[in-house]
Design a protein around this ligand. Structure first.
Ligand code: ZN
Length: 234
């Protein structure tokens, strides 16, 4: 059963958002994608997006017809209101409040507001994002209660139902790999391993079993651990 609504997927080109894109293509009649350009230290993730979209269309013909326009919004103003490891050359470290300094305060609130505005104009009534409570980072603007509150605020403010779907909210990285396999089999797992980007340091480097990356940063460590757990439980 296909849901007749149009969905807009927050699609960065990483493992999580690519899994979300497949989830949306499996479910909704039409799917568009959105990314934000806010002066990330490493633009490689944005570069991976086009490859992932093209490979999904090529390898999954039943999804290709549903995959609509791609949008890239310039949010470079975020660089003016944040001073973090994502937008400057400071080292990634834990702050006193326990959050990594990659944290841009309230970033997802801004992203979702811009996404909803775009969705409204594009006739989409569903936003899909890879926010996750089990993520080691523990960003408060990724928590389920925050998403629920945003869904209400956006729906009221736009005076039309705007659903926020977060299929990864309560699952870990291993389960995210299992979800990808259930949606697109080993072909999708292979595509995600080879073409998506997660590494904080922006390294592609050699192709590990779990994908490209430096292998040492927190993002690589989490991805490698999740993939090992997935393989062990496959
Ligand atoms: Zn890395």
């Amino acid at each position: 059963m296909t849901d007749n609504r149009k969905a807009l997927v927050l699609f960065s080109g990483g493992q999580d958002s690519t899994t979300c894109l497949a989830w949306a293509l499996d479910r909704f009649a039409e799917v568009e994608t959105l990314a934000f350009d806010y002066g990330q230290r490493h633009r490689i993730e944005l570069a991976c997006r086009n490859t992932v979209r093209a490979e999904i269309a090529r390898q999954f013909p039943h999804w290709a017809g549903k995959l609509g326009a791609d949008h890239l919004l310039d949010l470079s103003l975020l660089g003016q209101i944040s001073d973090t490891a994502l937008t400057s050359e400071r080292a990634i470290e834990l702050q006193a409040n326990g959050l990594p300094n990659t944290f841009v305060p309230g970033r997802n609130l801004l992203f979702l507001t811009f996404a909803a505005t775009l969705a409204y104009r594009r006739g989409a009534s569903v936003l899909v994002g890879g926010m996750c409570e089990t993520d080691f980072s523990g960003y408060p603007d990724c928590r389920d209660n925050t998403m629920k509150a945003m869904q209400v605020a956006l729906s009221l403010g736009l005076d039309t139902p705007m659903t926020l779907d977060t299929p990864l909210m309560f699952i870990d990285k291993a389960a995210t790999w299992h979800l990808a396999e259930s949606l697109g089999g080993q072909a999708l797992v292979k595509l995600i391993v080879e073409e998506t980007h997660t590494c904080y340091l922006g390294e592609r480097g050699e192709l590990h079993e779990w994908g490209h990356g430096c292998g040492h940063c927190p993002a690589c460590a989490l991805r490698a651990k999740g993939f090992a757990q997935y393989k062990a439980s496959a």
